[in-house]
Design a protein around this ligand. Structure first.
Ligand code: MG
Length: 277
């Protein structure tokens, strides 16, 4: 089942996408019955054509917990900076303010001259999750979507930690929907930049698979409905520039497409210098 969040007449709503063309609106929230045994959604009367609505990011996370260095071949492409496979998952976070939906523009910040794409499988949490064993994690996952862990690589390197480089507004595209029937054990993950294949791997190559990741995170912080766990990117990351179109394609889920645009905000380095004086 595909759960979408969409904008119609100025109001954000949830729905179920049927046959890739019709959205049945959901009353209540998508988490109401999750984990109750039935997992049923309350379908409302409203029904809309997919093309008449604007799709939004399919959930509203309180936090996005991300995993770095979770594919060997991606670690190898940064070999000069880091040796070996981590003993435990390497975590960082993106603020909720970074989230954008399918079709939205990634805004290229003036502070950076090197902004990379990173195709990733995103896990959407369906119920409160704290101290959960790996074997039980599937009971807490509502479904999966596509994510792009947009990264200002120059700032990530410069700062030595990742908050600024990964945390800009618009740096967390999610979508196009939550696929509840997805099994994330082994599926192709690809990224296209302006139609050209740049990343092509398989979620089965994760060093720490989804049950281990979610269990590990749940021992540190409580995950709540709508929270997102981003599972790391495979090899092939590279830079984008304003005017580009970037697509994350996950087999069994769909395609998340975004564009890249120049920052419209006038405050650049010059503004910062003025602030200092
Ligand atoms: Mg990443």
């Amino acid at each position: 089942m595909k759960i979408v969040r969409f904008l119609l007449n100025g109001k954000a709503r949830y729905g179920v996408l049927e046959h890739n063309e019709v959205i049945r609106e959901i009353s209540g929230t998508i988490y109401d019955n999750f984990g109750s045994g039935s997992n049923t959604l309350n379908l409302g009367a409203g029904s809309y054509a997919l093309e008449e609505v604007k799709l939004l990011a399919p959930c509203e996370p309180s936090k996005v917990v991300c995993v770095g260095l979770n594919y060997r071949a991606h670690i190898d492409e940064f070999k000069r900076e880091r040796e070996g496979v981590p003993e435990e998952p390497v975590l960082f976070m993106k603020p909720a303010s970074a989230v954008i939906g399918p079709g939205d523009a990634i805004v290229y910040p003036r502070m950076s001259t090197h902004v990379d794409y990173e195709a990733e499988l995103a896990v959407v949490i369906g119920r409160e999750c704290r101290h959960v064993e790996p074997e039980a994690v599937s009971e807490y996952i509502l479904g999966y979507t596509c994510g792009n862990d947009v990264t200002a690589r120059d700032l990530q390197r410069k700062d030595g930690q990742w908050t600024r480089g990964k945390g800009f507004d618009t740096f967390m595209p999610l979508g196009p929907w939550i696929e509840t029937g997805y099994s994330g054990d082994s599926n192709r993950v690809r990224l296209y930049l302006n139609g050209e294949l740049k990343q092509d791997s398989d979620t089965g190559k994760m060093i720490f698979p989804v049950p281990v990741l979610v269990s590990f995170i749940s021992r540190i912080m409580t995950l709540v409905p709508g929270d997102v766990v981003l599972t790391g990117t495979p090899e092939g990351v590279g830079p984008m520039k304003p005017g580009d179109t970037v697509e994350v394609v996950l087999e069994g889920i769909g395609c998340l497409q975004n564009t890249v645009e120049k920052s419209p905000e006038p405050l650049g380095t010059k503004g910062l210098e003025q602030e200092k004086t």
